[in-house]
Write a protein of this length. Structure first.
Length: 73
């Protein structure tokens, strides 16, 4: 606990994904007080032409009012 899933379009270099995961991990540690070994981060690439169907319609739209950071599209 916690497990964080980040989704974005393909094309981000692997070394950037590692840095993103490390940054998220550090922030979660700072804000929750949980040790590193309790935190997992998954980065999933979703094709741009599939984003609305696979992410927005299934995950964002049904939970829009619960989101702490809402998208502007």
């Amino acid at each position: 606990m916690p497990h964080i899933v980040v989704k974005f379009y393909p094309g981000t270099p692997e070394e950037n994904k590692v840095k993103i995961a490390e940054g998220i991990n550090k922030l979660i540690q700072e804000q929750t007080g949980k040790p590193e070994e309790y935190i997992s981060v998954d980065i999933q690439e979703v094709a741009e032409d599939a984003w609305m169907d696979e992410v927005y319609d299934k995950e964002i739209k049904p939970n829009f009012e619960k989101l702490y950071k809402k998208p502007g599209y």
